[in-house]
Design a protein around this ligand. Structure first.
Ligand code: HMG
Length: 447
């Protein structure tokens, strides 16, 4: 059977940065550690005023295709995953294909283009669609381009404001991939929820605290469903576990629940229960008040054990290095987490070929998907070719006043001109170029 998976990846951050402890926290009168320690974030990325989901996606895809020596004739499918779309009919992939056709010799005339929506989960769903398309033999030797692109904005003073972000991840899905191969091992947790939604509005309506609980519940169900296909999971089965990362503090919670699930009914659970002074099982709490309170004491104890902390530092923490600096990118976020972990391993000179990842994707509304991937022989070269560090490093550091102006410019409810203040100079990239006759957004490539 031919392997199918992610062959190459490119990450494009918005070119502006909002420093959370030094700029956002003083303006909000909050303790900077609420953001750095509580949420686990140092900064957010924002698109400059000439950037948007199309330019970020097209710029990531352009760089990826150039690097891989590909032209439009090599791509049979372009799927864009986004929850920041500005058009209810024409998919963002057509805008991105239009941009790319202006710089490549050729057209995507025979490619299938679409737009995928299920909140932050849609990037992973697009990869699944591409996998199925290739496995079904309908691809005629071509690859699929999956682009997860979002400007994740909340209304000002919403509790989610600190978790904003903006950027795009472009991925090439191919036969015999160099980065990771997907497998048929996959599980879902899905339920009709109203924790985070945008009913014909740009900024989300969010029940933040509840959204955290819904994330954890759907992720647990997805893990159980995954195990029904793949067999029981154990803490040492996976080199890294990248999760959807709205903010690293969310992943800290998910990882703890995942760890507890993986050690259940094992000798390790008994050993740690001795160290914690509690058993996690219901029957052990009879004389100790309610089950929930006692379970929460058990979980607090588990979090402090050396065994858990060592596992978390090795398997989960390396997935958070990019997110900490850029915030939530919605559909791209779990793909940043995978890239962060592999980048860390490459920097440490490790050889991961043949090792496995467990990827936990999530979208509000709500659905989680857990699947396994195997790292491929060519992974180091593909990860080292990414230009994400340079993009993060070069961002313009906004003052709080500038941040407010940028936030207004990216509010789709307000129609803006292309000539609003720019904070950086475009450099060999696609830029937003104003509005067309029928209300469409227009783009051009700046040399
Ligand atoms: P909040 O109410 O402002 O923050 O918003 P908080 O008071 O809960 O504090 C956050 C953490 O910081 C807490 O830690 C505090 O203890 C700690 P925890 O108890 O949770 O471990 N803290 C401090 N730590 C150190 N020093 C301090 C300090 N102060 C507080 N001085 C909330 C938090 C998550 C509700 C908010 O950010 C929010 O609404 N975010 C948006 C929704 C969200 O991201 N939900 C996550 C799950 S849903 C999801 O992931 C889907 C999503 O990506 C969308 C999609 O799928 O499309 C959002």
């Amino acid at each position: 059977m031919t392997d199918v998976g992610i062959d190459a990846i490119e990450i494009r951050t918005g070119k502006l940065k909002l420093d959370l402890p030094n700029t956002f926290a003083p303006a909000k009168g909050e303790d900077p550690e609420k953001y750095t320690k509580g949420l686990g974030l140092n900064a957010s990325s924002f698109p400059d005023t000439y950037e948007d989901i199309v330019t970020m996606g097209a710029n990531a895809a352009h760089r990826l295709m150039e690097r891989e020596g590909l032209g439009p004739e090599d791509i049979g499918r372009i799927d864009v995953a986004t929850e920041s779309s500005f058009d209810n009919s024409k998919p963002v992939s057509t805008y991105i294909a239009g941009c790319l056709e202006a710089v490549f010799d050729g057209e995507f005339s025979h490619a299938n283009k679409g737009e995928r929506k299920f909140a932050c989960l849609a990037g992973t769903q697009s990869i699944d669609d591409a996998y199925n398309w290739i496995k079904a033999g309908r691809h005629r030797g071509r690859s699929a381009l999956v682009i997860a692109t979002d400007t994740a904005l909340y209304a000002r003073n919403d509790p989610g404001e600190a978790t904003q972000g903006g950027g795009a991840v472009a991925m090439l899905i191919s036969e015999e991939p160099d980065l990771v191969a997907l497998s048929t091992e996959q599980g879902y947790g899905s339920a009709d929820e109203t924790d985070f939604l945008k009913p014909n509005q740009q900024f989300p309506s969010v029940d933040g605290k509840r959204s955290v609980q819904v994330y954890l519940s759907r992720m647990r169900e997805a893990l159980e469903d995954f195990e029904s296909v793949a067999g029981r999971t154990h803490t040492e089965d996976f080199t890294y576990i990248p999760f959807h990362t709205p903010f690293p503090g969310m992943v800290r919670k998910a990882a703890l629940f995942g760890y507890r699930h993986m050690i259940r009914d094992t000798q390790k659970e008994d050993e740690l229960a001795g160290e914690i002074g509690r058993q996690p099982r219901e029957e052990a709490f009879d004389d100790d008040g309610t089950f929930e309170e006692a379970l929460s004491e058990y979980m607090d104890g588990l979090k402090r054990t050396d065994a858990y902390q060592e596992w978390y530092a090795r398997v989960v923490d390396p997935t958070l290095s990019i997110s900490r600096e850029v915030g939530n990118w919605y559909t791209g976020s779990v793909h940043l987490a995978r890239a962060s972990a592999l980048k860390t391993a490459a920097e440490e000179g490790r050889d991961l070929a043949g090792e496995r990842l467990l990827v936990g994707s999530y979208g509000s509304g709500a659905q989680a998907e857990i699947h396994a991937e195997t790292v491929q022989e060519g992974w180091t070269e593909k990860i080292e070719a990414m230009t994400v560090d340079e993009g993060i490093e070069k961002r313009y550091d906004l003052s709080y006043d500038e941040y407010e102006r940028v936030h207004d410019v990216h509010n789709h409810d307000v129609e803006t001109d292309a000539d609003v203040e720019e904070f950086t100079a475009p450099e060999a990239e696609f830029v937003f170029d104003g509005w067309g006759r029928m209300g469409e957004r227009k783009y051009r490539f700046v040399e």
